[in-house]
Design a protein around this ligand. Structure first.
Ligand SMILES: Nc1nc2c(ncn2[C@@H]2O[C@H](COP(=O)(O)OP(=O)(O)OP(=O)(O)O)[C@@H](O)[C@H]2O)c(=O)[nH]1
Ligand SMILES: [Mg+2]
Length: 445
């Protein structure tokens, strides 16, 4: 185990959200001791993150109440017993008052743990249909995912929607955890859930035949009961994740780009933007631009980089980190912007897209749509209003209808200029449902 853990144990006690690491100096950390240490800690005196193991970003997705947060807590408990994590209990993952009151996850939480082989950053996503927006942002930063499905329910609407969205934002490999097996007596029921999950995976372009499916009970693992369906299944799950989800090849050679997920301000120190580095390398002291929402980018300088309360000299593709910026106000920075090496990426408003329109069975629209269609477009961490029209040269554009299940070429115009690139994927949503997924094929303006 790297030495930072020993020196830094009091402060990293509850690891969790990246944002907190920067905010900790403002007393947001619940643990009193940690707060005291944090107050006295400046970025410069922090422990340094040691890149001793390959880093992989994963997370839990799946239908509401199927046990994602319980599983996340159980994994940290299991790994903590081996010295590979700090235990993060359920209440410190779903800790916002509304989350506690409703017993559901609303915002994503970032948690850190290790296995023998790798260092993981884990995003626990909300399952509730109203918070899909947060799920998409969370999934966009994953290299692979664990989909949790309760044996008692089998697959449900957000099991399907999350799988589809995960595939769309670039997740290629999934491990399935069939949870709550403590509530099922009939082994045939479990077989059925497994069989249906394999079919669903195949439908959405995953390798349904070979995807590892682990059955167990997150609650038993968390409560130290029935190790044959509890702790032992956590080991099996992480072994499957280690093996099935490959360590991604990172784009270190390309110019730096990080989509901004969240923004905080720290009195006396400045503004921090958090996210996962999509490509390239960034060193402290370098100049960056914030692109999006404005015609001209905001120029600033990086004065600090941090990951899970440990200081970094540089951030590289794949890292989940917070970046301290000089001289910009919190209000100037927004989720959905991208932070880039100056001059490498520009904001655009108009582009051609190729999109697949979801069917009613996939949770999409029941009816078709015409030109001048106005859904919300989700691009990386941003969501902007957009207008879709048929490109010039379309026959009879006024009466043309796009039906659920169709593939279509359209011209998209977004309300604010955003960093858009050819080949980029996006989702379209409307009235709380995902209606289409697609690809940017050409930039127009
Ligand atoms: N019997 C049983 N109950 C479980 C198990 N795992 C989780 N639960 C219970 O299922 C309920 C929902 O668990 P959560 O972990 O909050 O579910 P979630 O998927 O994170 O829910 P959202 O984040 O709101 O989508 C809680 O009451 C858990 O205690 C299990 O293995 N067995
Ligand atoms: Mg949850």
């Amino acid at each position: 185990m790297a030495s930072w853990r020993a020196t830094f144990a009091p402060l990293v006690r509850s690891v969790t959200r990246l944002s907190e690491s920067f905010i900790s100096s403002q007393s947001h950390v619940s643990c009193k001791a940690a707060t005291a240490v944090a107050r006295a800690t400046s970025i410069r005196s922090m422990a340094t993150y040691q890149r001793t193991k390959p880093h992989v970003n994963i997370g839990t997705i799946g239908h509401v109440d199927h046990g994602k947060t319980t599983l996340t807590a159980a994994i940290t408990k299991n790994q903590a017993s081996k010295g590979f994590a700090n235990f993060v209990d359920y209440a410190s993952i779903d800790k916002a008052p509304e989350e506690k009151a409703r017993g559901i996850t609303i915002s994503t939480a970032h948690i850190e743990y290790e296995t023998e082989n790798r260092h993981y950053s884990h995003v626990d996503c909300p399952g509730h249909a109203d918070y899909i927006k947060n799920m998409i942002t969370g999934a966009a930063s994953m290299d692979g995912a664990i989909i949790v499905v309760a044996a008692s329910d089998g697959q449900m609407p957000q099991t399907r929607e999350h799988l589809l969205l995960a595939r769309q934002v670039g997740v290629e490999r999934i491990v399935v955890f069939i949870n709550k097996v403590d509530t099922i007596d009939d082994p045939e029921m479990l077989e059925l859930v497994e069989m249906e999950m394999r079919e669903l995976l195949t439908t959405y372009g995953f390798d349904g035949d070979n995807t590892p499916i682990i059955m167990g009970s997150a609650l038993c693992a968390l409560q130290d009961r029935s190790p044959e369906i509890g702790a032992e299944r956590m080991d099996a799950l992480l072994a499957a994740v280690d093996e099935w989800i490959p360590t991604p090849q990172r784009d270190l050679e390309k110019p730096f780009l990080m989509p901004i997920e969240d923004v905080f301000s720290i009195a006396g120190r400045g503004t921090v933007a958090t996210g996962r580095v999509e490509r390239g390398l960034l060193k402290k002291g370098e100049e960056v631009e914030l692109v999006g929402f404005n015609k001209d980018p905001i120029k600033t300088i990086v004065t600090g980089i941090e990951t899970f309360k440990k200081e970094l000299d540089s951030a590289q593709a794949g890292d989940n980190c917070g970046i301290l910026l000089r001289g910009v106000k919190r209000e100037q920075v927004r989720r959905g912007m991208v932070m880039v090496r100056p001059g490498t990426t520009r904001a655009h408003t108009k582009f051609l897209v190729s999109a697949y329109v979801l069917t009613k069975e996939e949770g999409g629209r029941h009816t078709g749509f015409h030109g001048n269609y106005r859904p919300q477009m989700f691009l990386r961490t941003s969501d902007v209003s957009c207008t879709l029209n048929f490109p010039d040269g379309t026959e009879d554009p006024h009466s043309k209808t796009v039906m659920p299940g169709d593939n279509t070429e359209m011209e998209a115009e977004i309300l604010h200029p955003m960093a858009v690139e050819q080949g980029q994927r996006f989702n379209l949503r409307e009235g709380g449902r995902t209606v289409a997924t697609g690809l940017v094929t050409r930039i127009i303006e």
